[in-house]
Write a protein that binds this ligand. Structure first.
Ligand code: ATP
Ligand code: MG
Length: 409
């Protein structure tokens, strides 16, 4: 017996003398709990699954209560298929299944194909979706379990088995599988009513904040502020890479690039140095709000976390957001930096985020930031600035870049 099990995926498996087919069984998490709108959620997930698998050899997506089936036409593409599916919000887990006739002998043959190596311990999990099948779920588990035990000598372990043999009887046949791969959970992107603007800095936090909203079904418009051409384009370039990564979840995403350098220069001459960063942030929210209105977004999202840096104390967060009427969502508010880093690593954005850059907040950075402020105080501090003019100046220079994924011609 070897230490690791080899899962075999032969291109044309033969069961009961007939060619068997490969399908993916995709299971949904929270959608299963939806009542009236469940169909709509499922349709959305189905179209997201189809979109995600564009260009890969799959066909026929069928929806059933709490799962969907996707036919795999060429199983050699499974590594790429599974890598992509693992990123679809709404999917809790999925399996590559061999679909065989609904017949106990065929199910045994399927096991032999799927698990050519003997595991140390195993269990059988059966589900009879098609009630015409003569055996009930526990009976299928008993009969197939006994057969595997007699044939291989492996031990049955119901709580901690090395291998679980899944059998799902549907009207198309028996879906059999030995592997279960985790999806992200959450809700299908596009199921939240409305959209948000995410302020994307190129740092570690904001891509994670964007992902949190995407995972709850919300679509995003990404907005990056740059001091280019007064500094180099490094943060802009990082945001492009990050946007390309986030496009995996939304398929089509806009990155709005807003030149902030001149606005910053105006702020620097008009306000005391310790308020500078707070003023930059108020301007970012004001400009973000205009973009939100234009693109019908209901809220603005930032990667701020309480107390992470001096500009993110509670009083500062409150007085920064008092500049606008649109709600500001901060999905990372209660997370420690190391928790955000862990999530950025899982997401794959971390390596890009830590590349050195010249962000607009580093440009004309004050030596010290006011760690406490009030809305009235900040309104007074900026009273010499023509805010409308500054907003208009920045909006005048906005450019929009469109990103698509998968990038299939
Ligand atoms: P991150 O928070 O993404 O790691 P950071 O630490 O450089 O980047 P902070 O100073 O923590 O940024 O800024 C707090 C939040 O303000 C960011 O999470 C982001 O939402 C927003 N923000 C800051 N700088 C920019 C920028 N140049 N463009 C767009 N949004 C920005
Ligand atoms: Mg931060």
């Amino acid at each position: 017996m070897s230490d690791t099990l080899t899962i075999s995926h032969p291109q044309k498996p033969v069961v009961l003398g007939r060619t068997a087919r490969w399908h993916i069984v995709v299971r949904f998490g929270e959608i299963a709990l939806k009542k009236g709108n469940k169909r709509w959620f499922m349709q959305k997930l189905r179209s997201n699954v189809e979109r995600t698998l564009t260009g890969l050899p799959v066909s026929d997506v069928t929806i059933r209560p709490n799962r969907c089936f996707v036919q795999v036409d060429d199983v050699s593409a499974w590594p790429e298929i599974s890598e992509r599916l693992a990123n679809v919000p709404g999917v809790i887990h999925f399996s590559l299944a061999l679909v065989v006739p609904p017949d106990i002998e065929a199910i045994k043959e399927a096991y032999a194909i799927l698990a050519p190596e003997t595991p140390e311990s195993f269990r059988v999990r059966a589900r009879r979706g098609d009630k015409r099948f003569p055996l009930r779920s526990p009976e299928i588990e008993d009969v197939v379990g006994q057969w595997i035990k007699d044939r291989t000598g492996a031990r049955v372990d119901l709580s901690n088995a090395e291998l679980t043999f899944g059998v799902d009887i549907q009207k198309e046949g028996a879906f059999t599988f030995v592997e279960q791969i985790d999806g992200p959970g959450g809700l299908p992107v596009g199921t939240a009513e409305g959209k948000v603007v995410v302020l994307l800095s190129g740092g570690i936090d904001s891509p994670v904040a964007a992902y949190r909203l995407l995972k709850r079904g919300c679509k995003v418009e990404l907005v990056h502020f740059t001091s280019y051409p007064l500094v180099d384009r490094s943060s802009w370039d990082k945001c492009r890479t990050l946007t390309q990564m986030l496009a995996k979840y939304q398929y089509e995403v806009n990155l709005h690039i807003v030149p902030l350098g001149e606005v910053q220069q105006r702020i620097v001459v008009a306000v005391p140095a310790r308020y500078r960063i707070l003023m930059y942030r108020r301007m970012m929210l004001r400009i973000g709000e205009r973009i939100a209105v234009k693109h019908r977004c209901q809220a603005i999202v930032t990667g701020e976390a309480l107390g992470q840096v001096g500009s993110q104390t509670l009083t500062n967060l409150v007085s920064i957001e008092s500049a606008i009427d649109t709600p500001v969502l901060r999905p990372l508010i209660g997370l420690d930096k190391h928790e955000i880093i862990d999530e950025a690593k899982r997401l794959g954005t971390y390596e890009t985020s830590i590349e050195p850059d010249m962000d607009c907040c580093q440009y004309l950075m004050p030596p010290k930031v006011a760690t406490s402020s009030s809305p009235v105080e900040l309104a007074k501090v900026e009273s010499d600035l023509d805010i409308e003019e500054l907003v208009a100046m920045a909006l005048d220079g906005v450019s929009v870049e469109e990103f698509r994924w998968p990038d299939v011609k």
